[in-house]
Structure formats: C-alpha cells, structure tokens
Ligand binder design. Structure first.
Ligand SMILES: [Zn+2]
Length: 220
C-alpha cells in the first residue's frame, strides 16, 4: 500500500434504470472510462470501483496498471481524492440526497457495496468512515446519506420503528389519562393537571428527539 486512506466516498453514475442493460459491468466501466478520458480529459476512470444493478463489481482506475485499485488516487470528489477511495453505484439518475438507498438502488447493490467497503477497510488495515459525495458538494450524489445507510439499512417507515411506536403509545396513554382526570376536577386542580400533562408530553418528545431525528433521516 502506497498511500494513506482515510475514508471511502460513495457516488452514483446518475444513469437511468436500464442504462446499458444487458451489458457486462466491465463494458459499463469501459463506457465511464471513455466519458472521463474523452470528455473530461482525465487519465482514467475516476472511480476505483463501479457496482452494477445486479451487484456485480467492476474494477476501475488502475493508472499504474498494477491491478491494485485502491492505491491509485482517484478523481471523484474535489479536495478529497488523495486520501479516499471512490466507489460508484450504477443508477441514481433522478435521486435526491435525502432519498433512502433502496429508493434508487437494489438490494444486490447494498450487499455488494458493503462487501467492497469491507475489502477497502481490510486493505487499509483500519476502520474507515463511509461518506457520500453530497457531504462535500451541493449535489444529490450518491442519492442517499451514506453514513446513515452504512450505520443501518432500513425502510423509512414509522410503522417499522418499535421505539417510535412505543413512544407514540406512551404519549397517547398520557394524553388519555390527562383527559380522564381533567373531567373529574375543577378550577385550579384542572389547570394543574393540564400543565403537568403537557410537561409529560414534552418529556416524551424530549426523550425520543434523537430517535425522531434519526427516523427523519431514514434510520430506524
Ligand atoms: Zn459523485
């Protein structure tokens, strides 16, 4: 290994579903290599790895021709190339930075990307953060929030969240108890119970605020 690697940066090719369908991942790598060399004037494809829709892995940048794809400084993220490895997913044409991984990519790509990440960490012999292009540029690429995706892959559904479901149940029970108590009281006592009830509801929101934020970002 001939350079320091500090992070993995994920990208997408921003191709529409069906782009070069039926072609091998190597043919797709060759096409992206052509874009980068002919249209951008680079020496080689910018990414170390390209992951196809079916999860097959295409090896990219290999300037020194030693078949060590992680030791070449890539061309993919302005200001971050020298210490990162760039990996690109096929697809993502209409993606947004706030999408979930599976909104734009396949379960096979999820699995393959995790395998490639493990391989790069193994190569670097250390833990590496997984980041996305959209953290360093005002772009959608790769079409999801990479650190959140890597931390935990998940459907963005409140129904799928046990924690949020129990929080909602607790809040509803508290609200119900307040309602019942209030009808049995008068004047100052009634106001006191209403105030205490609001405090209890705020406490629920406070306790689960991190969970709510995570859910909003697409994590369970
Ligand atoms: Zn990118």
């Amino acid at each position: 290994m001939s350079r320091v690697i500090d992070e993995i940066i994920v990208h997408c090719l921003a191709t529409h579903n069906g782009w070069m369908a039926g072609s091998s991942v190597d043919a797709k790598v060759a096409e992206v290599r052509r874009w980068h060399i002919e249209e951008r004037g680079w020496r080689d494809i910018g990414y170390a790895v390209v992951i196809d829709r079916d999860g097959s892995i295409g090896w990219g940048r290999n300037i020194d021709d030693d078949d060590d794809y992680f030791d070449d400084v890539g061309a993919h993220t302005r200001g971050r190339n020298s210490r990162s490895v760039g990996v690109a997913l096929v697809g993502g044409a209409t993606s947004a930075a706030t999408d979930a991984f599976l909104d734009n990519f396949t379960p096979a790509q999820d699995k393959a990307l995790r395998q490639v990440i493990a391989q790069i960490k193994n190569y670097a012999r250390k833990e590496l953060p997984v980041n996305g292009h959209n953290q360093y540029a005002n772009k959608a690429c790769p079409g999801f929030h990479a650190p959140s995706w890597y931390a935990q892959e998940v459907p963005r559904s409140i129904v799928g969240s046990n924690t949020l479901r129990s929080a909602a149940t607790g809040a509803a029970a508290t609200a119900g108890a307040i309602g019942t108590t209030v009808t049995q009281l008068e004047g100052d006592s009634q106001r006191l119970v209403i105030i205490l009830g609001f405090i209890a509801l705020l406490a629920f929101a406070f306790i689960f605020r991190e969970r709510i934020k995570m859910w909003a970002r697409g994590i369970r």
